[in-house]
Design a protein. Sequence first.
Length: 345
Amino acid sequence: MKNKLTLSLVTAGVLCALTALAFSSPPVPPATLAAADEGSFLPAELRRLQATKDDISLLNLINGLNLSREQLERLVALAAAARRTVREAVTENASLLTEATQAFEQLRAALESGAVPTPRVERIAGQVDHELGEAKERPEAELARIGRELRAVFTAEQVQVVLEFTPCVIPPKSLRDPVRVGQAHGTDDQVAELLVRARAAAGDEFEAEAPTRIAAHLRKAAHKLGQVGPEELRAEADRLVGILREVRQLPEAEFQVRLAEWVERVRAAGTLVARLGAADERERAERALHLDRRLADWFLTPRAERLLQRRLATLAAAPTPAATDLDAIRPAESCTQCGQKEAGR
């Protein structure tokens, strides 16, 4: 058997998406959905609804990443390369596909009848199943190479967004606001944000809410560390509130200059905050181990190629803004300083 079918090329999610017949036919016809998954209890209407929700989630992610035209073009090219890799492997191993289908159907028929499959049926099914496993090597290596190129398309900030993204119909503010998208969410950033917010709070509001909120947040976060006693939680909450009270008294200029010092004081070594920060870093490192899988699941798919192509087409059809002729701008009469041209004074 020279030809070998590749049905287990890379991760299950990516492979299933790449081998879908709907790759080049958006949107998926209802008849195709009805026959797509015999093992699902969901009717075709609900599967179509889920497909639409999946489109929305990916569009939210694409919008939130604020991708450049060059990035969009590269992502489309990589998705197309992954699709070709799978299709070429399937074509090259067409004969094994036929043989495997026949062998598995014979094995299923024997099992459905309640009879013990014959040694011959079991031997053939086992043999082709083994060859299916071997067939993954070349295309799997090619898909791994494509995955490494995929990772290089994104900035470090965009990668962090992908790692933290949860499928959604209505995106969070961080994805709707291009200014915030891709900003790192490390421990130092969180502590700095806490200090800034504490300074911005009104006096009565801070004293009434800060101690309770900080204690509640510590109790919720402490589950990452296992058992943390109430005395330690109370002592850490008191420590943090005391630091925030000091920070609130600082002049703005001094606060900005010494912000890094105050961040270090909040997360001083040995404190509960420092231990929580270390736990967060470990979680981020574990998520990074699955980065290639996560990027591929989102962007090496039929859905991604289709939606990214549409986004590129939309950009191509958009009119190019004309350059502003600054000499043609007439300043308002009430403007005495800005906007007036020296020659016109």
